[in-house]
Design a protein around this ligand. Structure first.
Ligand code: HEC
Length: 486
């Protein structure tokens, strides 16, 4: 009863919020009819194109391939795959230490042909024709060549064992298979103006992949030897706000594959896997992507702070994975990749500065995907402006976290179904962070929603990220962290 009343109330709030007051904003994609006093609904819609690929214009001298946002989402509910190869790879047994890496490899093989084209032969890539789709509303952050946007920044000290020589920034682009693309169409409808977050539950067989690149080249970080390089056209990472775009290269180093598979993952319905670049593996840059691990729940029954050596039951790490990729595993050894930020340096826990602590995991962080978001990505209040016990001069640089293993912390380590939100009174988004953390905040910004109302109940550390979706990074900070010289 309470549950459904809560849902109804939120749905109404979201619908009401979606009554649009569209205004043509300075840097929106090409708009026609500026300056007209009264615009019809149709005219208003033309002022903003949610499906635009990028607001960054390539110089006319650039002749290479460009990013086209694939958004002709399937309209018919796709059939769930019968006996998919990844399930077959389990050999009829429940997923476990014995077969989880085979499961990840079967997923890799299943999408390998398409992904090899995307990653190694981009001029031939046609996402729509291959049945892969993208999210609307990301035009202000996507680069015009590959559609990548900034994921996170990491200081060189994050990877002490593998010798990262300079600070790095990571870039990501996300693709949805046909089954997942169908749900994107359900959420956004034809014009993407009124998202219906109640439709954000994926069908069986939905696959979402994320390509992650780093600005570290092999000269900066030896594990990057042999990695595929992508061209990016964007303000050079780490440069002060307002720096114009430039061409630079980035190394392809992590590839996430998540799949909706309730049979294999009865508690959460998702299996999260990730591949990482291994310079010692044979073959081309796609062959060299090896599984780092898989997880299908957060092991809520294992309190890793109290019992650090307990063997996780919903999580497997590949013992053959390259060292650099294991330096940033999550809480209690739960899965998280070198692009993911599960390790925090300079955390404040119980009023004390903690130099380095592993506090997240793939599914812990993705578990806060809800609308509107009410919990910070990492287990804690985040980066509040003015509270806590450290001196005022340092406030803002530290991430405030709960004590690992404490009740408040453990809220981030449950194994919930994707339609059950972490926070009561919000709508669960089925572990879908690109929607929760990027697309909905950008939609709210560019359709002039009343964001102070929308984010009224959001803790301050998270609110500033949602209010500035172009600068929000999943490690909890706003970038660029270098401010222009006054
Ligand atoms: C600290 C938070 C965090 C961790 C840890 C994390 N992610 Fe994500 N993930 C995000 C955010 C935020 C996005 C949205 C895109 C972006 O900003 O990078 C995302 C996007 C994705 C996507 C695209 C679909 C979606 O949900 O938006 C996939 C797939 C994905 N992550 C897989 C993984 C896997 C696999 C792991 C672990 C190996 C992982 N993530 C760990 C925060 C996290």
């Amino acid at each position: 009863m309470i549950h459904s009343a809560v849902h109804r109330c939120c749905r109404m709030a979201w619908r009401a919020g979606a009554v649009l007051a569209l205004v043509a904003l300075a840097f929106l994609p090409p708009s026609s009819g500026k300056g007209q006093e009264k615009k019809g609904e149709e005219q208003k819609k033309k002022d903003v194109d949610p499906f635009a690929a990028s607001t960054t214009k390539l110089p006319p001298s650039y002749k290479g391939p460009t990013f086209h946002l694939s958004h002709k989402y399937p309209e018919k509910k796709p059939k769930p795959p019968t006996d998919p190869p990844w399930v077959k790879a389990l050999g009829g047994k429940p997923i476990s230490q014995d077969n989880a890496i085979a499961y990840a490899n079967a997923l890799k093989d299943h999408i390998g042909k398409d992904m090899r084209t995307l990653i190694l032969d981009y001029a031939k890539w046609n996402a729509g024709a291959a049945g892969w789709y993208n999210m609307p509303w990301l035009f202000s952050i996507q680069d015009p060549i590959h559609g990548t946007y900034v994921g996170s920044g990491f200081p060189r000290s994050m990877f002490p064992l593998s010798g990262l020589k300079k600070d790095m920034t990571t870039l990501v682009v996300i693709y949805y298979n046909d089954v997942a693309g169908y749900t994107l169409g359900q959420i956004w409808g034809k014009d993407a103006m009124k998202p219906d977050v109640k439709k954000a539950q994926y069908e069986e067989g939905a696959i979402i992949v994320k390509v992650a690149l780093t600005t570290a080249m092999k000269e900066d970080w030896s594990p990057m030897e042999g990695a595929a390089l992508w061209d990016v056209y964007a303000p050079p990472p780490g440069s002060p706000a307002g720096t114009p775009p430039a061409f630079f290269k980035a190394s392809f180093f992590q590839f996430d594959i998540i799949v909706k598979d309730s049979k294999t993952a009865p508690q959460t319905s998702w299996v999260f896997t990730t591949l990482v670049h291994d310079k010692n593996a044979k073959g081309d840059a796609w062959d060299k992507m090896v599984p780092l691990g898989a997880m299908w729940g957060n092991d809520p029954d294992i309190n890793s702070a109290i019992d650090p050596n307990a063997i996780l039951q919903q999580n497997v790490i590949n013992p053959m994975a390259p060292l650099y990729a294991t330096e940033t595993l999550g809480y209690g050894g739960r899965l998280s990749g070198p692009n993911d930020g599960a390790v925090v340096q300079s955390a404040v826990i119980d009023g004390r500065l903690v130099p380095r602590v592993a506090v997240s995991s793939c599914m812990s962080c993705h578990g806060v995907a809800e609308a509107p978001m009410r919990s910070f990505l990492l287990p804690g209040p985040g980066v509040p402006r003015a509270s806590g016990n450290v001196s005022p001069s340092t406030q803002g640089d530290f991430i405030y976290l709960y004590k690992p293993g404490a009740l408040a912390f453990n809220r981030w380590f449950q194994s919930r179904p994707g339609d059950e939100p972490q926070d009561r009174g919000t709508v669960a988004l089925d572990y879908h962070m690109n929607l929760a953390f990027k697309a909905l905040p950008l939609w709210a910004k560019y359709t002039n929603q009343d964001r102070s109302k929308l984010y009224a109940d959001v803790p301050s550390g998270l609110r500033r990220l949602l209010l500035e979706p172009e600068r929000s990074s999943k490690n909890g900070h706003l970038f660029p962290q270098k401010r222009p010289k006054e």
